[in-house]
Design a protein around this ligand. Structure first.
Ligand code: PLP
Length: 361
């Protein structure tokens, strides 16, 4: 009844479009964390490997292990490894991002115990997001005092906090300046510098002169880039459709759903859909915030979203039992739905629950 369809041809299109923005020497890290933004990491990761992604990236070690168990042997970066998973990370040949002096210390202790040398790692520099990362000074001293570390530093990177903001952006420029200073210092210290990178999807479009050696693209591969002019050549790869399971005719004053979330102001026809907050359509879409599409017409969600069901107002659109309803697709975009409910496509997509059946075409 309710089905999430993922179009791998569109994934190919988006991958090629992003590659076209890059110089031929710039590498791509394809970000497949959070179950490939909710769309199914195994199938999507395999497709991205076939398309030529240089690395895959996940957030946590367990996600990397799942990809290895699916038979993927491409380099996998782990953005946010936790101390207690470092041993497993080594067993599965995952590449950690080291983001604090204490995780550097612990990871080198573990490698030394196992007598492993030249283990591939990445260093994250905090340039102003203040989320996770070594300070510029800590990174520079890592290189100037680097002597017997068991690491082979593959890349050094930072992450912008407002890469989609209109240029010029003072905050972003400050982050860029800090990163370039780190890059220059490292290049002065070592004759074999690592690769450098700074940009996510929006950054690729907004800062073409800063693609550097590598870019990290997630949401763009799935068809979104956080601004209309960048969105227009990308194609959303996911379509979520459901069907009407029941229709009710209400009189003025009748209630719909829990907690008197909707009281009909006129004679109203409502349709019931088998999708709810347990599927990832959270309560923030309820009470008129979110619209779905019935025969091409926008129809509002009425009342509170329930766990397994929700109701839409179809008074103005002729319809019958089992008619299809589009939650989002290539034209009725997930980012627009999300925005009406005060959130972003990232949250809507990553919240799509495992209960939804996923079909790949
Ligand atoms: C998730 C993530 C990305 C991907 O960002 P998009 O906006 O989806 O392209 C890049 N870098 C880091 C560090 C991330 O955590």
């Amino acid at each position: 009844m309710t089905e999430l369809t993922i179009n791998l041809g569109h994934l190919h299109h988006n991958y090629a479009l992003i590659r076209q923005q890059l110089r031929s020497t710039t590498k791509m890290i394809a970000v497949v964390k959070a179950n490939a933004y909710g769309l199914g990491s195994e199938k999507i990761a395999k497709t991205l490997v076939e398309l030529g992604a240089d690395w895959l990236a996940v957030a946590y070690v367990s996600e990397g292990i799942a990809l290895r168990n699916a038979g993927i042997d491409t380099p996998i970066m782990v953005f946010y490894p936790q101390f207690e998973h470092l041993a497993q990370l080594i067993d599965y040949q995952l590449e950690p991002v080291l983001y604090s002096p204490s995780i550097i210390q612990e990871f080198s202790r573990q490698l030394n115990l196992k007598q492993v040398h030249d283990y591939p790692v990445h260093l994250k520099c905090n340039t102003g997001l203040n989320r996770i990362g070594l300070s510029p000074q800590e990174i520079i001293s890592f290189f100037s005092s680097k002597n017997d570390s068991p690491f082979c530093v593959q890349t050094v990177y930072s992450h912008l906090g407002a890469s989609e903001n209109k240029r010029p952006c003072t905050f972003t420029q400050q982050q860029i300046d800090r990163f370039l200073t780190v890059k220059t210092s490292i290049e002065e210290i070592t004759s074999t510098p690592p690769l450098f990178h700074l940009l996510n999807t929006s950054g690729v479009f907004n800062y073409p002169e800063l693609h550097m050696d590598v870019v990290r693209t997630g949401i763009g591969l799935y068809g979104f880039a956080n601004r209309a002019d960048w969105n227009k050549n990308l194609t959303p790869i996911a379509e979520l459709r459901t069907r009407i399971v029941q229709i009710h005719s209400l009189e003025k004053g009748d209630n719909v759903g829990y907690n008197l979330g909707f009281i009909a102001q006129r004679r109203t026809r409502i349709a019931v859909l088998p999708i709810g907050h347990a599927d990832g359509i959270t309560r923030q879409y309820g009470k008129g915030k979110g619209h779905f599409f019935l025969h091409g017409h926008a129809v509002p969600i009425v009342g509170q979203v329930c766990m397994d069901m929700l109701m839409i107002d179809v008074t103005d659109v002729p319809c019958q039992l089992h008619d299809p309803v589009v939650v989002f697709n290539t034209t009725h975009r997930a980012d627009a739905l999300a925005e009406n409910a005060g959130t972003i496509a990232y949250e809507l997509l990553t919240g799509l629950s495992p209960r939804l059946s996923r079909r790949y075409q």
